[in-house]
Design a protein around this ligand. Structure first.
Ligand code: FES
Length: 126
């Protein structure tokens, strides 16, 4: 295990079949563990197009397609590979010891929508 990052045991690799994914909540963040031929990868289970879950999306190679509108993401690095999404997914480091999967503790992001507090608007002119 890394010394400077906190990892949390979240699953057993035998519970995620090849080509399947499992969604779970870790530290208030919904994470999707995806099992591809290249291994198991962790992405945020929230499509960046319209904030819908990616859980249930088809996994083809290292790509997952959003079940809602079909955006495609690379589960290894979160990069967008097909529209309509244009913003990459968050990914999370994993450590696998035997069949035990640990994930780097994800930081919860409260909102992707910019704050519109009082200081966000230009001052009103008289
Ligand atoms: S919500 Fe995923 S492509 Fe629209």
């Amino acid at each position: 295990m890394s010394e400077d990052k906190e990892f949390i045991v979240v699953a057993d690799s035998t519970d995620i079949e090849l080509g399947q994914s499992v969604s779970l909540e870790v530290n208030g963040v919904q994470v999707l563990l995806c099992h591809t031929r290249d291994g198991i990868f962790a992405i945020e289970d929230q499509c960046t197009h319209a904030n819908e879950p990616l859980c249930g999306g088809r996994i083809d190679g290292n790509l997952i397609s959003c079940p809602v509108h079909g955006a495609i993401f690379d589960v290894r690095n979160g990069e967008v590979k097909g529209p309509p999404a244009s913003i990459k997914l968050r990914t999370f480091a994993l450590e696998i010891e035997g069949t035990s999967i640990s994930i780097e503790k994800p930081e919860k992001i409260l909102s992707t929508v910019p704050s519109l507090g009082p200081g966000s608007f230009p001052p009103r002119r008289a």
